[in-house]
Design a protein around this ligand. Structure first.
Ligand SMILES: Cc1cc2nc3c(=O)[nH]c(=O)nc-3n(C[C@H](O)[C@H](O)[C@H](O)COP(=O)(O)OP(=O)(O)OC[C@H]3O[C@@H](n4cnc5c(N)ncnc54)[C@H](O)[C@@H]3O)c2cc1C
Length: 475
């Protein structure tokens, strides 16, 4: 590996002054992410402005044994993009690789550089009367390359699938600097192994995504949003099955919001009012949409009637305007902020077969409270996808120094139970560095061997995103 001075001189030679950041103060924003944690000091930050420049940097790193980590919009929740604290890494930021390459409203496809911010792509699609359904709280800052790398899910998975289902083509700079060019806008392509799938959800460990071809849809013309009050999760899930049938499978979102989350939202956003007359143990925020003249009001009224008849819901409100719908969605956003304000707590992102959720919720809550009587469980999420953020707030009196050990103990209890239900410890956020230990603990030997073999095939020196998902190679 070259000395830092030589490295920086070489990088300047490859990318010019604008493409390299070396000053500690200027690098500070590349060391942190949404969680507020701070990673190690990088060797430098590079900001290539084309795929060819990314390839030159990666090839240089491969030849000179320089570890690197790709970085998108810093909104990942498992510290994958954050520079390592022990081994100094080169941060490869995609922020200057941010052009839309082509939008084809007849093929319903959008082809873009990996550094494009998701919101920008959504707006571009909308301007062409199309719809890019990937929607998440971080869409104003996350990049499409980061979404591909984490196989992001979000609010519309129920109807449109995860990022994986939206990707038709990819361009990836491989760990040795070669470029895999798969930017084809084909809706069908059955020629050999579907290589792009390898890189989706690989969290940058198999290469750097530089371009993406996405599938678009007709823009929704009518949307209805409702908030329903229910007695418990079992009722919510029966309501979910009913909603899918009553709403002609036009359901786009079905979110579980327990009462405590609504309270946290109201604390974080004092303009929010309790949306129903009386409090309910749990709520569902649902959205139905159609790209043509569908009678959504009748569908939702039918759902209300049948849900009441079957005693699955106790009360509900249908947003009468766009503003009211936004107010209901604000609950979903503000509760995250409210939760963040509670301080250090356990955040999880598990998934289970949908029908197991009531039993899991009951057993997991009991197990957590048996281990820590005064902890608070808040379990919310994209319940229509079987995805639960089963989060745990430690008792308020817990000294800060005791929290990590307590939260680790509770996480172990929870993840062991997830395994007995044949669930997954990450539905959306991935493994990164934060979830590596429990991930490896529950991985079978054949799965581990296959994953390690793939990593070794593509990155034999283990220089790209080392220590993310799989352990870093020993020195
Ligand atoms: C408020 C909030 C809400 C969220 N909601 C959701 C949600 O509903 N659903 C969901 O799935 N996720 C959600 N997330 C997390 C989600 O994973 C990220 O928001 C997003 O997908 C990451 O994109 P990013 O550009 O910020 O990537 P970063 O955070 O910069 O990086 C994430 C990972 O991808 C790698 N990476 C980044 N860019 C590339 C690239 N071009 N090539 C290869 N590897 C790359 C990094 O090395 C890292 O491992 C949320 C996050 C926040 C803060």
């Amino acid at each position: 590996m070259p000395t830092r001075d030589d490295l920086i001189a070489d990088l300047h030679g490859l990318l010019g002054e604008r493409g390299v950041v070396t000053d500690a103060e200027a690098m500070a924003r590349y060391r942190t992410d949404w969680t507020g944690r701070v990673g190690g000091m990088p060797l430098a930050v590079v900001r290539p402005a084309s795929t060819a420049e990314v390839a030159e940097v990666v090839s240089y790193c491969h030849r000179n044994d320089v570890p690197l980590v790709p970085q998108g919009g810093h909104s990942g929740l498992v510290c994958g993009a954050m520079p390592d604290e022990e081994i100094a890494e080169l941060v490869v930021s995609l922020e200057r690789l941010a052009s839309i390459r082509e939008l084809d409203p007849i093929n319903f496809t959008l082809s873009a550089d990996a550094g494009c911010v998701l919101q920008t792509l959504k707006e571009a699609a909308e301007a062409a009367e199309c719809y890019l359904p990937l929607s998440l709280g971080a869409q104003g800052s996350c990049q499409i390359g980061g979404n591909v790398a984490t196989n992001a899910g979000g609010l519309n998975v129920l109807r449109y699938g995860m990022t994986r289902q939206l990707v038709l083509g990819l361009e990836v700079v491989l760990p040795d600097g070669r470029i895999y060019s798969g930017m084809r806008a084909l809706h069908k392509n059955n020629t050999g192994y579907d290589l792009k799938q390898l890189f989706i959800g690989a969290e940058g460990t198999l290469g750097i995504v530089t371009g993406v071809v996405l599938k678009l849809f007709p823009r929704p013309q009518v949307t209805r949003t409702a908030l329903l009050g229910c007695r418990d999760i079992a009722a919510v899930l029966e309501l979910y099955a009913l909603a899918r049938r009553c709403c002609c499978d036009l359901l786009t979102a079905f979110e579980l919001i327990p009462r405590r989350c609504l309270e946290l939202a109201m604390e974080a956003s004092p303009d929010l009012r309790d949306p129903l007359d009386a409090p309910h143990p749990t709520y569902v925020l649902l959205e139905v949409s159609a790209s043509g003249p569908a009678d959504l009001d009748t569908m939702i009224e039918t759902l209300f009637e049948r849900g009441m008849e079957q005693e699955l819901l106790d009360d509900g409100v249908l947003a009468a305007s766009e503003t009211q719908a936004q107010q209901l969605w604000l609950i979903r956003e503000a509760m995250l902020e409210g939760q963040r304000r509670t301080g250090e707590h356990l955040r999880t992102d598990i998934s289970l077969p949908i029908s197991s959720l009531p039993a899991f919720h009951e057993q997991a809550t009991r197990a957590v409270l048996d281990a820590c009587r005064d902890a608070t469980v808040i379990a919310y999420g994209h319940i229509g996808d079987g995805n639960l953020h089963f989060n745990i707030l430690p008792p308020p009196a817990t000294p800060d120094s005791d929290k990590p050990a307590l939260l680790h103990e509770l996480e172990t209890i929870l993840f062991d139970l997830v395994a007995t239900f044949d669930g997954s410890i990450s539905a959306e956020h991935g493994i990164g560095r934060l979830k590596q230990a429990p991930f490896l603990e529950h991985l079978s030997a054949p799965e581990f061997e296959l994953m390690r073999g793939l990593k070794h095939l593509l990155d034999p020196r283990g220089l790209v995103a080392p220590g993310r998902i799989l352990p870093a190679p020993s020195p």
